[in-house]
Design a protein around this ligand. Structure first.
Ligand code: AMP
Length: 474
């Protein structure tokens, strides 16, 4: 617990909590008011080196307290320097892969900066561009943005990044998966060369290590959770059911009142809509959140789920990423994610803050290979909760091998787009020039996981009405 001695001006030897990390004055007060008395491990590790001006490479997931870990040092420095903003500039820039995460970050920063004169603004796709341009026109202290809309504002001359001395890339791996990596590199290049940079990522694929090498100067590495291991307090299991049985299985499960607050993951936006409709037909009230929904609809769905007006939220991986809703009792994977890493993020929505959580995965025989990838990554064989296939899974019981349980073809699981780049090479961009989006799709009619690049050849302008593909506009 903190006491009088932790407040600014007291003896440094006595400092505890956030004061011992160098947080002072109004910021320390607001931090305490927010209920942050003891720093979380990621904060204890990341704040002091940032206060000294060092770059940070952090491996941490949402829920670890990483937002305050990068926000408090930036706020400290901006407060210490006083108001010094030029029109159409941002002193600090925080890039997040999704709109929801960006909104969440701004909310946290506003709480932490209460009582201090620090301005914030959000620049996101899917909402009015005009009001964002107006907001950044006088200059802003901390800008929180998704890469697509930010690129647009910079390209059109509505925002300049030359004065941006602090750059944070949050959820770097998701940024990569969503195909934002080149936007991120371009944005970073436009910021002040002597900037301080922080990169947080929940996992560390090679591309993130490469990105870190390119953007960070002699960084301090901080890490709070071992890579790709699920939290220990989540009980996990698999239910074998054919795709056409899944609706019935899900509705039977949801009839159990112990499922108080449930998030159901679907691999595709279309799938999420279908699951929601089926649930409604079966008498359940459910909210849905995915990249084709307007920002207002997404925020309403989240609010309804957060305040308990609906107990079921159906979501795609990208839309749900970074969401921190306390008290989610169950995660149901209606289907397996294309990327095994996503499984860890999905189930991490439950079992938070030491509370118990249950994660159930519905698996059709065609998804067996994906299930095996997940099990490899979490280093655990998921216990079978129920088997509706009528015969044991031959993969698990090789003695009873039966052809009809073999996946027909699972080689296309990832569509070759695991790293968010389209097959055939990098996008050909020309800085912030207008002809940047040369996404060449693979073939028509394919249902893509949300966030994958568009997959057909032809006239992008006609297909997208001259706009960016929805997944990239997140
Ligand atoms: P984050 O990983 O930044 O999304 O934070 C996860 C949750 O932890 C949020 O609900 C924060 O409000 C909360 N939190 C962050 N730091 C602290 C702290 N030092 N003490 C208590 N709660 C915290």
């Amino acid at each position: 617990m903190t006491n009088e001695n932790t407040l600014p001006g007291s003896n440094t030897a006595e400092l505890t909590g956030f004061a011992a990390l160098g947080i002072t004055g109004a910021l320390l007060k607001a931090t305490h008011t927010a209920g942050f008395t003891e720093p979380k491990p990621i904060q204890a590790q990341a704040i002091p080196p940032q206060m000294e001006g060092r770059d940070i490479f952090g491996i941490a997931q949402t829920g670890s307290g990483k937002t305050a870990a990068f926000a408090l040092p930036i706020l400290s420095k901006i407060i210490a320097l006083g108001t010094k903003r030029r029109p159409k500039t941002a002193r600090a820039l925080i890039l997040a892969p999704t709109r929801e995460l960006a909104v969440q970050i701004e909310d946290t920063i506003k709480i932490l900066a209460k009582g201090a004169h620090v301005s914030t603004a959000l620049v996101l796709g899917g909402v009015s561009r005009f009001s964002q341009v107006k907001k950044v026109a006088p200059g802003v202290d901390i800008l929180i943005a998704t890469p697509g809309r930010l690129t647009d504002l910079v390209r059109e001359g509505d925002l300049m990044l030359a004065d941006t001395k602090w750059l944070v890339l949050d959820e770097g791996d998701r940024m990569l998966d969503m195909g934002f990596i080149n936007d991120v590199k371009r944005i970073a290049k436009a910021t002040a060369p002597d900037r301080q940079t922080v990169l947080f990522s929940a996992t560390m694929p090679n591309e993130i290590a490469e990105l870190a090498k390119g953007l960070l100067k002699n960084p301090i590495r901080v890490e709070v959770a071992p890579q790709s291991t699920a939290a220990a307090e989540i009980v996990q299991g698999v239910v074998f059911a054919r795709t056409k049985q899944k609706r019935q299985v899900l509705s039977t499960m949801l009839a159990d009142e112990a499922m108080k607050s449930v998030i159901i993951f679907s691999r595709t936006k279309h799938g999420a809509d279908r699951v929601t409709k089926d649930l409604e037909r079966d008498g359940f009230k459910a909210a849905v959140i995915h990249g084709n929904k307007s920002q207002n609809a997404r925020q309403k769905a989240l609010n309804d789920f957060r305040d308990g007006s609906v107990r079921i939220l159906v979501a795609t991986d990208i839309a749900a990423r970074g969401i921190d809703v306390p008290g989610i009792s169950h995660v149901v994977n209606f289907d397996l994610p294309d990327e095994a890493e996503s499984y860890v993020h999905r189930i991490g929505r439950t079992g938070r803050n030491g509370m118990d959580g249950i994660a159930i995965t519905l698996c059709d025989p065609s998804e067996n290979s994906k299930l095996r990838q997940v099990e490899r990554i979490i280093r655990t064989k998921l216990p079978i909760v129920a088997d509706h296939l009528g015969s044991p899974d031959p993969q698990r019981n090789p003695a009873e091998k039966n052809e009809r349980f073999e996946p027909a073809n699972d080689r296309n699981d990832r569509n070759g787009r695991r790293d968010g780049r389209r097959p055939g090479g990098e996008n050909k961009g020309n800085g912030f020039g207008k002809k940047r989006f040369g996404d060449k799709p693979a073939f028509a009619g394919e249902r893509k996981p949300e966030g994958a690049k568009p997959a057909f050849k032809g006239n992008n302008k006609r297909r997208f009405g001259g706009k960016r593909p929805a997944a990239r506009a997140a």
